[in-house]
Design a binder for this molecule. Structure first.
Ligand code: ATP
Ligand code: MG
Length: 347
């Protein structure tokens, strides 16, 4: 027993919609597995927005995030109507979360998918590109959005992709950009990729123009390993890739910065099924597994990951995957209990 000495303070937010349900299920598994964490709760999302705070995050929440530097975040709802800023974009910019890492893995035959051999990771640049939010109205009928790409930004994300490949036993990094048309901005991204790849001779590298790259991803995802790409292309291809594995409820993601990292499910707050206890907690749980690796508790991370895989292999799934179920679908907490029962087992 390593005791309290290496317990890590983390910040958590329960979120909106299915957020509180999947967070409760996730924390129950983390606790049962012996994760050495001390969670601090912050308020973000709908309640905060509706209290008149247009950013959706209480000022004191930033103190917790800057102190713990680790954030496990459940999905939130942005109220409809104008005037509410996207909290995800605010958090990424404020905390400098430059890399968005999304593993997209098939679990065939246990989860139905047309692409059973898919196992790739998308590393999306998370701060620049058309997301810099620089828009102008030129005339009544003409609008302009600036695409901002910097050399330091390209270097950080490309290096991150190669380091990720090296540290995770991945063999190839594919760069996707559109530098045949945007010769300066995307051209810089590609050029920096060609420079940095030389420092990783043991890792294969290749480049595709984003349109043909996306087409190959849709038909032969198994030929990809790590993909690094600018913000907007990464946004689009990572949603497609996650959907191709079978369910949006299955994927977690990490948002990595120089000092701070945030971990979340890729899906939203799913108001259509909120409060019913049927949501799949897997996306948030797998995000928490990535978090445990990040805080150097890889032993606990693989214990949970193996138990989760065993659960899926035993045909235990939540309602949205009912077509793949052996027997009745499980509720969120029963699914968590099934994972807990399998802690210590291998898939
Ligand atoms: P956002 O704008 O917040 O990203 P969205 O419009 O993309 O939201 P989601 O909230 O991700 O929508 O939901 C999309 C669909 O997927 C809904 O039908 C929802 O019920 C389903 N869904 C999302 N997450 C889960 C989950 N964890 N378990 C089961 N179903 C889910
Ligand atoms: Mg969405």
């Amino acid at each position: 027993d390593r005791g309290a000495a290496d317990t890590v303070a983390i910040t958590i937010a329960h979120g909106d919609g299915i957020g509180p349900e999947i967070m409760e299920a996730t924390l129950k598994v983390l606790q049962a597995a012996g994760a050495r964490i001390a969670p601090e709760t912050i308020e973000i999302g709908e309640k905060v927005y509706l209290s008149g705070n247009s950013a959706g995050i209480a000022p004191e929440a930033w103190d917790s995030l800057r102190k713990t530097q680790v954030f496990l975040k459940a999905p939130i709802t942005t109220p409809s109507g104008g005037g509410y800023k996207s909290l995800n974009v605010t958090i990424r910019k404020t905390l400098g979360l430059y890399a968005n890492v999304r593993p997209c893995v098939s679990y065939a035959p246990f989860v139905a998918t047309k692409h059973p051999k898919m196992d790739l990771v998308i590393v999306r640049e998370n701060e620049e590109d058309l997301y810099a939010g620089i828009e102008h109205r030129q005339t009544d009928e003409v609008f302009q959005c600036l695409k901002l790409i910097t050399r330091p930004g390209c270097e950080k994300i490309v290096r991150y992709a190669f380091e990720y490949a090296r540290n995770n036993g991945r063999k190839k990094v594919t760069c996707m950009s559109k530098d045949n048309i945007m010769k300066m901005t995307d051209g810089l991204f590609h050029k920096v990729f060609d420079e940095i790849k030389l420092q990783y001779p043991e890792i294969e590298s290749e480049h595709f123009i984003i349109d043909i790259g996306a087409a190959k991803l849709a038909t032969r995802p198994e030929r990809f390993d790590v993909i690094v790409t600018p913000n907007l292309y990464g946004d689009i291809i990572s949603d497609i890739a996650a959907e191709m594995t079978g369910s949006v409820g299955l994927a977690g993601s990490a948002n990595i910065g120089e000092h701070i990292a945030m971990f979340e499910a890729i899906h939203g707050s799913a108001p259509d099924i909120a409060g019913k206890g049927i949501a799949n907690p897997s996306g948030l749980l797998l995000a928490a597994v990535m978090m445990l690796v990040h805080i150097r508790q890889a032993d606990i991370a693989s214990k949970i990951h193996n138990a989760w895989l065993k659960t899926i292999e035993d045909g235990i799934v939540t309602a949205e995957l009912a077509a793949s179920a052996v027997g009745r679908p499980f509720g969120s907490m029963d699914f968590a209990d099934a994972v807990i029962e399998r802690l210590g087992q291998l898939p």
